[in-house]
Design a binder for this molecule. Structure first.
Ligand SMILES: [Zn+2]
Length: 214
């Protein structure tokens, strides 16, 4: 070795070498974690479809509202640079297990199921977001907060549920209930495309916040 080069090399003792190795391992692990966190794919699940109408009242079917919001959300997320996958893009019946199986084909993804609610009590109103795994809690929180901030409706909160799509999907997964079809006031809001756009944009904002803060 050329003496001048040798003398320019830093001199590490064994202790420092181990410390350096340890730090490299730590950065590697953190780096791996970050790449998992930096999801770029959003699986958008429009609830119901085909013969499965979902909530309905006065010829207004939840399945149509869900698909419309899903398409709006798809557009907004693509504009923000996300890759999006719809579990259904037509008015067809897709079994719940097929939806989860489709979602599980993707890596570094999250899953958002879109629904509208129904109650026997026509006075019941509000928006709620469900999750199942702890890794999905923050996603549900951010989406719910954005929805309440923009819609200003009753906050029914973030809740756990053992819904099939939440249980079988191996990603952070939430299910959003964007208001009650059974309530006259909320039903008339849903029929306004501007309301459905606000729902989609609020969900998108919640997703962006989730990615930023992971
Ligand atoms: Zn539903």
């Amino acid at each position: 070795m050329i003496p001048s080069l040798r003398s320019s090399w830093p001199k590490f003792g064994w202790g420092k070498s181990f410390l350096l190795l340890g730090l490299c391992a730590l950065f590697f692990l953190l780096g791996t974690g970050n790449s998992e966190a930096a999801f770029n794919t959003v699986i958008i699940d429009a609830g119901h479809g085909g013969h499965d109408l979902g909530a309905s009242r006065s010829l207004i079917y939840e399945k149509h509202l869900n698909l419309d919001v899903a398409r709006r959300l798809e557009r907004t997320l693509r504009e923000s640079g996300f890759r999006t996958v719809l579990t259904r893009s037509t008015d067809d019946f897709i079994p719940l297990s097929t939806r989860s199986a489709k979602a599980n084909k993707y890596r570094n993804a999250i899953f958002v199921s879109i629904h509208f609610n129904w109650s026997w009590k026509s006075k019941v109103t509000g928006v709620e977001t469900f999750y199942r795994s702890s890794s999905s809690r923050n996603l549900a929180d951010y989406i719910q907060r954005q929805l309440i901030r923009k819609i200003g409706c009753t906050n029914r909160g973030v809740k756990t549920a053992n819904f099939s799509v939440l249980r079988k999907t191996r990603h952070p997964a939430v299910l959003v209930e964007g208001g009650f079809v059974s309530n006259k006031g909320e039903r008339s809001s849903m029929l306004d495309p501007r309301y459905r756009q606000v729902v989609a944009d609020s969900i998108a904002r919640g997703i962006l916040e989730f990615r930023k803060k992971r």
